[in-house]
Every structure is written in C-alpha cells, then in structure tokens.
Design a protein around this ligand. Structure first.
Ligand SMILES: Nc1nc2c(ncn2[C@@H]2O[C@H](COP(=O)(O)OP(=O)(O)O)[C@@H](O)[C@H]2O)c(=O)[nH]1
Ligand SMILES: [Mg+2]
Length: 257
C-alpha cells in the first residue's frame, strides 16, 4: 500500500486539481493507496473540498482547529501513517500546492524497492529542475541546500529542502520508536522539520537515494507559506543541536551505537 501524506493550509484552489491527479496516478498501484490530509486550521474552503473528495476517494482527514504549523502537522501525519501501515508499505509526503507531480511517485517507489529506505524527489539530480521559480528564490534555495550539504553531509543526498519524498514505512516506525515526540523536535520553526526528518533518519542508519524531479512552481496558485527568516533560524539552531559535542544529536546517536 502507498499512503500519501498532505499537509494542507489554505489550499482550496489546489486540492481540486491535485487530488484527482493523485487518484489517477495511484489507482492501479498494486497494493492500493490511501490519502491522509491534515487540514491545519485553514480559513478558506479547504475543509469543504476535503469533505467532498472524502466521498469519492480513500481519503482520511486530520483536523487542527488552530493553525499549528508544518512541524506539528507533519508529526501528526507521520504518526498516523506509522499506525496504519505495515512495515513494507510506502509513505509518500508531498506538498498540497500542486507543485509536486504525483506521477513521479512511481519512479520513487521503484527506486525504494532497490535497497533504500528514503527516496527524495530531487531538483538537483540529473534531469531534475524547477519551473516558475524566480531568480531570488532560486538563489536562496540553492544556497540553503549547499549549506545543508556542508553541515549535514548524507550519502546519496543533494536535495535537502524539498519535502517530496517516499519512505519505507518501517523506517518511519523505527524513527518514532527511537525518538518519540523528538522525531520532529523543532516544531515551531517553520519548515525546518523537513530537514530534521532527513537528519534523524540518517542517524538511525537509513539509506537514501534520489530520483530526478521538476518542481512545478509555475502551477502554484497559493502564495508561498515559507517564512524564510524563521526557517533560516531553524537551520542554525539545528546545526548547533546536531554538532554539539555534549549530548548533541550526533553524539547521542554514537552513544546509542
Ligand atoms: N499544515 C500546514 N501546512 C502548511 C503550513 N504552511 C504550509 N503548509 C503546507 O506545506 C506545504 C509547503 O508550503 P508551500 O507554501 O507550498 O511552501 P513552498 O513550496 O516552499 O513555497 C504546502 O502543502 C502547504 O499547504 C502550515 O502552517 N500548516
Ligand atoms: Mg510547495
């Protein structure tokens, strides 16, 4: 089974485009599929759209009455997925803003089957790229990824910040067992949790690979919700937490063996 996780915050315009695309792409998936959406206190018509699609598709919704941010939303989605998945199921997390094409899921799952635990849809892999990203955002995103590669080198990974990834359910279950609520520790710091998940999985021995992916920012209907100042602060906090010699994440992982 493939379980698709969607964090949604004010995505009434994108969901009616994205959900049918997911259904089309995965209708023939051998073990079937399910969609798990967390509606994170949206103030637009997101809830109504989800109610409508839940009648047609295998769709489950987690509601946050208050907007809690991407970190807490991801935690709830991953914990629920870990609950409903068997060890060899696949968890795919993508954005709700119709910039991640569900079709690519197939190449991600195929790659996952060849001996890895996490497959990243990568703009920086041969054949990948991005459309509709302005020069400023392109520069920021490239610099951020170089920073991450320098401070958190992970074999097989060049794309650190894009949240479109496929995970073997087993590795998520193991991470939640190992870290508990600290699997995503920096919940209040914007989009930092996307990077934190990679690092925490690396520290428990996950194997990574990338498949090429073109980010379709040109299809984005909603304004970006990334607050770059908070996310940058999150990266800096994480750099200290990771490298801190006395009980930092890396030191703790070494102690665990
Ligand atoms: N649950 C939740 N999701 C959010 C929040 N902010 C952003 N998202 C979702 O996270 C994903 C990434 O946000 P997005 O605006 O696409 O960021 P960008 O692609 O980096 O510009 C989208 O699916 C958003 O709906 C939030 O506060 N809560
Ligand atoms: Mg996006």
């Amino acid at each position: 089974m493939i379980v698709v996780l969607l964090p949604a915050y004010n995505e009434e315009q994108s969901l009616p485009v994205l959900l049918p695309k997911i259904a089309n792409a995965l209708a023939a998936a051998p073990g079937g599929y399910r969609i798990l959406v967390c509606n994170d206190g949206s103030r637009d018509g997101t809830a109504a759209q989800l109610e409508r699609y839940a009648r047609e598709l295998p769709l489950e919704v987690i509601h946050h009455r208050i907007n809690r941010g991407l970190g807490e939303t991801a935690r709830d989605l991953f914990e629920r997925a870990a609950e409903i998945c068997a060890a060899d199921d696949v968890i795919v997390r993508m954005d709700c803003d119709d910039t991640h094409e569900p079709e690519i899921t197939h190449s991600m799952v195929a790659r996952l089957d060849q001996d890895c635990d996490v497959v990243i849809a990568s703009r920086f892999s041969e054949g990948g790229g991005q459309m509709g990203v302005d020069a400023y955002r392109g520069f920021i995103s490239r610099s951020a990824n170089l920073f991450m590669k320098l401070f958190f080198p992970i074999a097989g990974v060049r794309e650190y910040s894009c949240g479109f990834r496929a995970y073997r359910a087993q590795i998520i279950q193991r991470a939640i067992e190992t870290y508990g609520n600290n699997f995503i520790q920096l919940k209040g710091l914007g989009f930092t949790g996307t990077l934190e998940k990679l690092i925490k999985l690396d520290l428990i021995g996950a194997r990574f690979a990338e498949v090429p992916f073109v980010l379709r920012y040109d299809q984005k209907r909603s304004p970006s919700k990334m607050v770059s100042s908070i996310t940058t602060l999150g990266y800096l906090v994480m750099t200290v937490l990771y490298h801190w010699p006395w009980g930092g994440w890396r030191a703790a992982a070494r102690r665990r063996g």
